[in-house]
Design a protein around this ligand. Sequence first.
Ligand SMILES: NC(=O)c1ccc[n+]([C@@H]2O[C@H](COP(=O)([O-])OP(=O)(O)OC[C@H]3O[C@@H](n4cnc5c(N)ncnc54)[C@H](O)[C@@H]3O)[C@@H](O)[C@H]2O)c1
Length: 264
Amino acid sequence: MNVSGKIVVVTGGADGIGRALCERFHREGAAKIVVADVNAAGAEAVAQSIEGAAFACDVSREADIRHVVEQTEQNFGPIDLWCGNAGIAVLDARPNDAASAPDEAWARSWAVNVMAHIYAARALVPRMIARGGGYFLNTVSAAGLLSQIGGAVYATTKHAAVGFAENLAITHRHQGIRVSILCPQGVDTAMLRGLPAGPQSLDGVLTPAQVADAATVGLARESFLILPHPQVASYMRNKVENYDRWIGGMAKLQARLQAKTPGV
Ligand SMILES: NC(=O)c1ccc[n+]([C@@H]2O[C@H](COP(=O)([O-])OP(=O)(O)OC[C@H]3O[C@@H](n4cnc5c(N)ncnc54)[C@H](O)[C@@H]3O)[C@@H](O)[C@H]2O)c1
């Protein structure tokens, strides 16, 4: 897909990767970009800078997503590209205990990182099928492919997001629906700055603009898997070639990191 002339919605567009996607798609000539974010003032500021529109939207609430879809289509026309980008990174309560996060952390992460994609598909797929197609670009993470040390909640919900995106792509391909997942490692945003240093930054931290560049190339190719850090492809190959060796390697990395921060 070339976004020139397209109607685009970006969730989590007020900051970070989402804001970079909005800015990049504006430069590419999108007809209208809708910024949907729980941070209403931030969404408004980004929308103003790109002649877009803003909606206050908590993606974990189906009614909010339905509202964005209905209002966007009523005011600007059919949505060509839905960027499900909003996400949250909740770490485990204790990094040496994979089940340590409380139920509330699991429930909130499940709602924002997974259910939001399902709500968007529920609202949009029937409309897209009726008009012959449409595109979902879902920001997931390399953690959804390769797990994340000390981040069982984040990695598990991001794996689920990959699973849903695969099913969306498989089930509706013949109806003209296309899906891409954007899976970076470390990106210099408020989210990453709020986390302790970890393996997500070992291959270098990209700028949000670099991730938006990779997204634009991936969209043009209509690739399902978009990897702004190319190293992730070789880690995935290592994983499928020998799953047990990969688990062993990750366990050693976990132990090394643990040794640096004893007592946690
Ligand atoms: N930064 C990284 O290193 C990194 C790496 C891999 C994947 N990701 C993913 O990229 C996406 C964007 O993250 P970012 O790094 O730009 O984070 P960020 O914190 O800079 O921006 C996230 C945006 O999403 C919004 N948001 C949060 N919860 C929301 C909700 N319930 N409803 C609507 N909007 C909500 C925030 O207000 C904010 O504007 C996330 O899905 C994240 O998991 C980030």
